[in-house]
Design a protein around this ligand. Sequence first.
Ligand code: SF4
Length: 458
Amino acid sequence: MTPKHADLAEQFITDEPRTNWHDETLWFVREKRDKAVHGIPEWEDLREWGSQIKNHSLSNLSQYLKEFEEKATANGIQIHWAATGEEHNQIIHKIIQKNNIQRIVKSKSMLTEECHLNDYLEHRGIEVVDSDLGERIVQFRKEAPSHIVLPAIHLKKQDVSETFHEHLNTEKGNNDPQYLTEAARGHLRDKFVESELSITGVNFAIAETGGFVVCTNEGNADMGAHSAAVHIACMGFEKIIPKAEHLAVFLRLLARSATGQPITTFSSHFQKPRDGQEMHIVIVDNGRSTQLGREDFRNSLKCIRCAACFNTCPVYRRSGGHSYHTSTAGPIGSILNPNLDMKANSDLPFASTLCGSCTNVCPVKINIHEQLWKWRQEIVKNGYVDTTKKIGMNGMAVLFSYPAIYRLTGKIGRWVMRVVPFITNNQLNPWYKQREMPKPPKESFRDWYKKNGNSQKN
Ligand code: SF4
């Protein structure tokens, strides 16, 4: 059975200093985003354009994907279509086998995480080296990335130092970031030089040209793609944009929303294979068509994976990415994952305060908190809500339907909390576990109003 978000979050917050540090670090990124955004007077126009371009692309997907395939094929790129994650993995495995390849480097691609590509290949005796620094760190630790932009954000430099000591033989206890980065750099350089095949993600695929763009801050996608004889780029079909000129909108939105930078350090444009190189693009559905057909959730496919919604979410910041038990965590993950498996991920839309901060920062204007609320309704309708929650909600429905019962329960509740507080203040009460119980008032607001309402008016 899939562990639940609430249980995993409970484990995460047992380490209070780490929880506070995680919260503050991500809030720092959110503040950087705000400063970067406030420097752009046309920011709201950019958001609107980004949203409209994505809307238009989603409404004309088949046309643009066909155009992209034609142009890319004419450029010498081989296009593959995968209906599922399994098919995506099989296609990549076949390319590896056909070329008899042993050494593979991969830059950050949330799609390959979604399809569990590394595990798939590992079970077939093929090792893939993740070349993004954060991803390499979590790969050494046999963990999943906890954030889509900052995969190792849950780790402190002391954790990285220990991991590198174990796997790269660095000096024990040396936590100097410069020293650790240099060790990683040397290690990854060797992997790039040896690599025969490079796998990258795709941030934007341009129908008009058949080219695609990969954004990284470390240049690792370029290093891999430029040294390997075979380059495979993996993309969900929603990455398509109609024209090259639209990149101007998205590249400005992406980096500022993600890390508060004016531009990602490397925005690499790939158009065709270089002489003697093979270039493949695997275009994946894996549930996206279903999501496109769900009117209330279609908008989620506009996501450009900037993670601004993660950094601002009070639940994500305090519960850590692994508590979402899926490859894409945070608010947008809680919308995308129930589409893939509603039962296993039925807890995720409830991992939100519905405060709307995610919607406010989203660069492509996805109505994230409204979709989370809609998912809750879908999940209840489909019977995937927890029995305890179901009983509680049914009880509340009765309570709110009968004013006399509501008043009586309130009176009993106030008396219990005042006279025998241990009945509510104990570890069996999930509300009490991480909170102080409020002091009960002597009377209800209704009773107070009855006594004082008229005199206040006069
Ligand atoms: S939903 Fe919006 S804010 Fe969240 S990752 Fe996607 S584009 Fe960024």
